[in-house]
Ligand binder design. Structure first.
Ligand code: ADP
Ligand code: MG
Length: 236
């Protein structure tokens, strides 16, 4: 069942092409990993899927009852965002805002969603802590909980493990894998470290403005593009 189709998508910044003729589908059950060098258009593509940046050509179609405002998003983090002065509870609850039709006020239903997201990611005990004082791994869990408030069906995660050590990275992928398998959430995840994501990825989209490869993770590993990229990074 297709949740999202991206058809011949082209995106530009002031005329400079950042994403070119990109087509792929996201299906229920997928963990799609988007890989590519810095500047290859990964973050731009995610923002295009979410309607946060305009699309020059092509289209993004949400299907089978999924709506764009029912996708959960974890943006690529900047140092300023890591210093955000709010409590964990406030950060998680703010994930409900994307679903809102009217008004800035949270409903009992919103609070219940935030509660269940905290629970699901085992961070209920952090709820009163200032977000900025948490470790990198805890902060990413909080942002994942925030993204979960928006969705039951599709998470879009932009470099969710960058800067985390290998143990915390493995834990974080474990959480994502569980959300996928146990809760049936499809995942689109940007990573520049494909090897650590390989365990939970079912499909790979290799981007270099345009699509170098799109297909199963298995086919990617056997492909020339995949072998070159994986071996080229073997000594990182
Ligand atoms: P990635 O996430 O793969 O590192 P990005 O999507 O951030 O790549 O960037 C793709 C290209 O678009 C790069 O050449 C980058 O310099 C350019 N770019 C990204 N954001 C902007 C922006 N706000 N204004 C102008 N150019 C941008
Ligand atoms: Mg990026």
């Amino acid at each position: 069942m297709i949740l999202l189709s991206c058809r011949d998508l082209t995106m530009t910044y002031d005329g400079a092409v950042a994403v070119e003729h990109v087509s792929f589908d996201v299906e229920a059950g997928d963990v799609l990993c988007i890989v590519g060098e810095n500047g290859s258009g990964k973050s731009t593509l995610l923002k295009g899927l979410l309607g946060l940046l305009p699309v020059k050509e092509g289209e993004v179609l949400y299907q089978n009852g999924l709506r764009r405002d029912r996708a959960g998003y974890l943006p690529q983090q900047t140092p300023v965002q890591r210093d955000f002065p709010a409590s964990v509870w406030e950060v998680v609850l703010s994930g409900c805002l994307s679903r809102k039709r009217r008004g800035p006020f949270y409903s009992a239903h919103d609070r219940a969603r935030a509660e269940s997201a905290l629970d699901r990611l085992s961070i209920g005990d952090l709820r009163r802590r200032p977000y900025r004082e948490l470790s990198g791994g805890q902060q990413q869990r909080v942002l994942l909980a925030r993204a979960l408030c928006a969705t039951e069906r599709l998470l879009l995660l932009d470099e969710p493990v960058t800067g985390l050590d290998p143990v915390v990275t493995a834990e974080f992928y474990g959480l994502i894998g569980r959300l996928n398998r146990e809760d049936g959430v499809a995942v689109v995840m940007v990573s520049h470290d494909i090897k650590s994501a390989a365990g939970i990825s079912t499909k790979i989209l290799h981007l270099a403005k345009s699509v170098l490869f799109f297909g199963s993770a298995e086919a990617y590993r056997a492909s020339e593009t995949g072998r070159f990229f994986l071996e080229g990074r073997a000594h990182d």
